[in-house]
Design a protein around this ligand. Structure first.
Ligand SMILES: Nc1ncnc2c1ncn2[C@@H]1O[C@H](COP(=O)(O)OP(=O)(O)OP(=O)(O)O)[C@@H](O)[C@H]1O
Length: 326
């Protein structure tokens, strides 16, 4: 098995007229991973993956997929790359099994449609017409169609947009099953929770550029350091006195008081150093809690974007205090 990356994109650029959709995107997708391309609507995610898929020719930069040029070697790559694009539609009356058989006929060595229907939980729907499928079932069928050519790479764009939380979770399980079957996946999403749940590595895209790339843990660390410490003083202490007590804590990036509790962010030996500094200042503490900074915090910090839950039109299973979308 080769260890060469499945996708290697360098300094990709693409404009539509005067709109510079992708300004400078470089990314490398390794074999076997689920690679997330995460960003707000209009950030340039779809344009990026369309260049990777060979559907658009870059204005600048280079892209290689499985060692080939997606535009020049489109015919060869068609057999190797499965593509599920946003809002794929099929004729209303086409039945699930018919659609799969039709797509299978495009390939020399297709997957067994029955196996795919099992994998995607659609076996009971094999005779259902496209128009009678639920949103989640339609999405899963579109994934099945992307996989029928037995691709090495599957590109899945906004796979769960518009699905309810239950259908979304089912679809996530399918993506994991596909990865476990050996397919490398590029997953375009604007859902934080989806990226957190599924992706081995993530490229955060903002305004046509890569704001950060890495594992979730790396991105969070890059943005905030590793730790967020919440401490509540036993007795009321003026805010200024609390903050003054922490003034010399090494590796502290931020400290603030909210509702009488201190929230301290930083790296290194933050917890120990902050608690010692408070003790030295005579502040007795209770309710000490350490929190992992979330991907959403990291996104806001790295891209300067304002995570605004009201911008969302999707059902979001998480509490309203956290924005699930970027
Ligand atoms: N065919 C097109 N013609 C003109 N402008 C386009 C076209 N496709 C995309 N754009 C513009 O390019 C920018 C990037 O769009 P793109 O679809 O790549 O972003 P995205 O991150 O995938 O967003 P979304 O999640 O909304 O699809 C946006 O400003 C968009 O309006």
């Amino acid at each position: 098995m080769t260890t060469a990356p499945v996708v290697r994109a360098e300094h990709l650029r693409k404009a539509y007229g005067s709109t510079l959709a992708v300004q400078d995107v470089s990314l490398t997708v390794e074999r076997g991973e689920i690679y997330g391309v995460l960003g707000r609507n209009g950030a340039g995610k779809t344009t990026t993956v369309e260049m990777i898929a060979g559907l658009r020719r870059p204005d600048g930069g280079t892209v290689e997929v499985l060692g080939l040029d997606p535009t020049r070697d489109a015919a060869t790559l068609h057999e190797q790359v499965g593509l599920q694009l946003q809002e794929s539609a099929l004729p209303d009356r086409l039945r699930v099994a018919e659609a799969l058989d039709l797509y299978a006929s495009f390939y020399a060595d297709p997957a067994d449609p029955a196996d795919l229907l099992d994998l995607l939980g659609l076996a009971a729907k094999r005779d259902a017409a496209f128009k009678d499928l639920s949103g989640g079932q339609k999405q899963r069928l579109s994934v099945a169609l992307a996989l029928v050519g037995r691709p090495q790479l599957a590109i899945l764009d906004e796979l769960t947009t518009g699905l309810d939380p239950h259908a979304r979770r089912e679809t996530w399980a399918v993506v994991e099953a596909i990865r476990d079957a050996g397919v490398t996946i590029v997953l375009v999403t604007h859902l934080m929770e989806e990226a957190e749940r599924l992706c081995d590595r993530i490229a955060l895209i903002a305004s046509g550029r890569v704001a950060a790339v890495g594992t979730l843990a790396e991105i969070v660390r890059l943005a905030h350091g590793e730790q967020v410490l919440h401490v509540r003083p036993e007795a009321a202490v003026p805010d200024a006195a609390l903050l003054a007590a922490l003034a010399d804590v090494p590796d502290m990036r931020d400290a603030r008081v909210a509702d009488g509790a201190l929230v301290v962010r930083g790296g290194g030996a933050l917890v120990q150093d902050a608690l010692v500094a408070l003790a030295r200042a005579g502040v007795r503490t209770t309710d000490v809690r350490l929190e992992r900074a979330s991907l959403e915090d990291a996104f806001v910090s790295l891209t300067g974007a304002d995570a605004d839950p009201s911008a969302s039109t999707d059902a979001d299973p998480r509490p309203a205090t956290t924005a699930a979308e970027v």
